[in-house]
Design a protein around this ligand. Structure first.
Ligand code: MIG
Length: 654
């Protein structure tokens, strides 16, 4: 059952696509005290959800703040990452309830932080729709919620292959070298990502012609090697005379404006830049159509970046800072003024005052950016997704975004942004997956190996052992960090086996992904979604993946095994590669399970089967006639879903 409440005058986010009548009265389950929605928890209450956030699967005990943030330091004390996904489930033991706080403004979720047994939720804008979803189980709540927000984005099947990325491959030669080195090492690869340097001076929808003299020919040459190029698109549009995107935007009032009606000048990678007003349907249509420039050159997938939006500085703010610095000049700063001075300069980027400085035009109404901040990235990706339906009506196009809000899941996936090559972030990756899935983000994954910092070989091994299960499987690293392509770590044998295992698993991952998309299910689930016993609520580092398997990744440095809790008898498959594994039946309960660096622990659930194909160098080359089934007392055959992987597919045809 779904109940919809209306608080104040909500801004329509169009995240919910089903018409639900508004119920008058107070939000059931919460009391409203001093502006906060309040609710008591019992000692056993567990909270799931909120999508891409820090900390564990059980969100209890900390506080989170929905404010899409370009912050590359995903430390445990961060309350905001790139996403705002305000759906969560409260499991009190006897009763489960799901809530969705639909508002594009800031929301604070205090889940037992201030008072360990109390939830406080504060809306910065007192306008929202609040949805209460009630059902008998957590998965039924997820289904009910996903039913009202619509079917997730379905990528092409080749996007389930392995992708290599780096900020940045500078030119054709560097991209080609990556392709050749993967080939010569006999490692499958389906995608190479182009980061901002493929553009001419970071101008969206341009190509640096010195680096890529004949881009179209290059795209097709790479495709003949089985590799698709996936370029990045940034939110900010370079301010430059004669640049068509800039000029059209200025002429038609497509950019975000300041109070005085002038276009806001922000600075991002292209230098001075305008921010397209993606909340305006006209702008979405215009910007979306621009992707045609690259589609026409044979490009079939994109990633949208910097769309929180990230702002390095605004021209106006910088002016104010310089004026204030004038005041400090020549003075002997006391400690307080020193810190003021330091903050002044240190807080120039992604500054809250800057976010309050500009406005949007949504359906003819003017909104201050702060009141709609969290739907900016969503609407950038929506612009692209809606355009692809027009420009590529038959063929799927890959799209994923850094910033997100619920609703965006219909237009693209997400990657979890600038993580680091830290063991802690490998665990965070594991813990974010089910929360993302609940909110509809099925095509998702982290930068494998970590974006910032230097990756070590053992961390890369262990990270691959998780990422081989994630639909979006990309190795990406930041400029200035150690090279992270798999052939850069010396002996490559073990890496190769893992990537091949991924390709052998693709029939299963794709099949389970599609079922999850159509049936409003989660590909990744906490154990407590399928099992009921006193232990499952505590398991923070094992996941069910689709219907047949559970995984228990090793995520600690130098570990050659780990404790695994089995909620029922399962068959352990200890994989060293698609053809190299051993099997063992383990009983319900706790086990210490050995897993050397090159070993992946997969547990087949009782009564289920896992399809496993012969690996191939590309997704399109996977031969389904080679599929074998590894089962554990399976009574029925596994129902394998497949299709051509390219044609857009609507629910009715499934
Ligand atoms: O300010 O395009 O998260 O994946 O490599 C950094 C350069 C901008 C942030 C993205 C990252 C990408 C990088 N971008």
């Amino acid at each position: 059952m779904i109940t919809k409440y209306k608080i104040g005058t909500p801004i329509e986010t169009e995240s919910v696509i089903k018409d639900i009548p508004v119920t008058e009265g107070a939000v059931s389950g919460f009391s409203l005290e001093e502006g906060a929605y309040k609710r008591f928890m019992n000692p056993k209450t567990v909270i799931y959800g909120l999508g891409e956030t820090t900390r564990g699967i059980n969100k209890r005990g900390f506080k989170y703040r929905s404010f899409c943030s370009d912050d590359p330091n995903h430390d445990e004390d961060k309350e905001s990452l790139y996403a705002a996904q305000n759906f969560f489930i409260i499991d009190d033991g006897e009763r489960v309830q799901g809530y969705y706080f639909d508002t594009p403004g800031i929301v604070e979720f205090d889940f037992g932080f201030t008072e360990s047994n109390t939830i406080f939720i504060t809306l910065k804008e007192k306008n929202a729709y609040i949805y209460l979803i009630e059902a008998d189980s957590k998965i039924e709540i997820v289904k009910g919620f996903r039913d009202i927000i619509g079917t997730p984005f379905i990528p092409p099947k080749w996007a389930f292959g392995y992708g290599q990325s780096r900020w940045s491959y500078a030119d054709e030669a560097q991209v080609k070298e990556v392709a050749l080195r993967y080939k010569e090492n006999d490692i499958p690869l389906d995608m190479i990502y182009l980061d901002i340097d493929y553009m001419e001076r970071y101008k969206d929808f341009t190509i640096d012609e010195e680096a890529f003299p004949d881009f179209e020919a290059f795209v097709s040459e790479m495709k003949s090697m089985g590799i698709r190029l996936i370029p990045i698109i940034d939110a900010g549009v370079k301010v430059e005379d004669g640049y068509d995107v800039c000029e059209e935007g200025v002429k038609n009032n497509y950019f975000c404006k300041k109070e005085n009606g002038e276009d806001l000048v922000a600075a991002v990678w292209p230098g001075r830049a305008y921010l397209p007003d993606f909340l305006d349907a006209r702008v979405r249509r215009w910007f979306g159509d621009k992707y045609k420039f690259l589609l026409d050159k044979g490009i079939e997938g994109f990633w949208n970046d910097m769309n929180e939006p990230a702002i390095f500085y605004t021209e106006d703010h910088l002016k104010e800072v310089f004026e204030k610095i004038e005041d400090y000049k020549g003075k002997n700063l006391d400690i307080n003024s020193f810190f003021e001075f330091k903050d002044l300069v240190g807080q120039v980027s992604n500054n809250m005052e800057d976010y309050a400085r500009f406005y949007h035009n949504k359906d003819g109404e003017k909104y201050n950016h702060l009141s709609v901040h969290n739907i900016y990235g969503y609407n950038m990706t929506r612009a692209a997704g809606e355009a692809f339906e027009r420009l590529s009506p038959d063929k799927r196009v890959l799209m994923f975004s850094r910033s997100s809000y619920i609703g965006m899941h219909r237009y693209g996936g997400v990657w979890t942004g600038d993580n680091k090559s830290w063991w802690g972030h490998l665990l965070l990756n594991i813990q974010q997956l089910p929360a993302l899935n609940m909110c509809g983000f099925l095509y998702s994954g982290a930068d494998t190996g970590g974006f910032g910092s230097n990756c070590t070989k053992d961390l890369m091994m262990r990270w691959l052992e998780v990422s081989i299960f994630t639909p979006l499987f990309r190795n990406h690293a930041a400029m200035g960090t150690r090279r992270q392509e798999l052939y850069e770590f010396g002996d490559i044998k073990d890496f190769k086996e893992l990537i091949k295992l991924r390709y052998a698993l693709i029939p299963y991952i794709y099949s389970e992904f599609m079922k999850a998309a159509w049936e409003n299910l989660m590909l990744f689930r906490p154990l407590s979604f399928d099992y009921k016993d006193s232990r499952v609520n505590e398991v923070e580092d094992e996941l069910l993946v689709g219907e047949s398997i559970m995984i228990a990744p090793v995520y600690k440095q130098n570990a050659t095994g780990r404790y695994v809790y089995l909620p029922e008898d399962m068959k352990l498959i200890r994989f060293r590669g698609p053809k190299n594994y051993d099997e063992e039946i383990l009983e319900k309960g706790d086990h210490y399970v050995k897993a050397q660096l090159n070993e992946v622990l997969v547990f087949i659930r009782k009564g289920h089967e896992l399809p496993l194909a012969e690996p191939a160098m590309n997704v399109s080359k996977i031969d389904y006639s080679t599929i074998k089934y590894l089962g554990y007392e399976a009574k029925e055959k596994y129902k394998l879903y497949d299709d051509d992987g390219i044609t857009r597919i609507k629910k009715s045809t499934y």
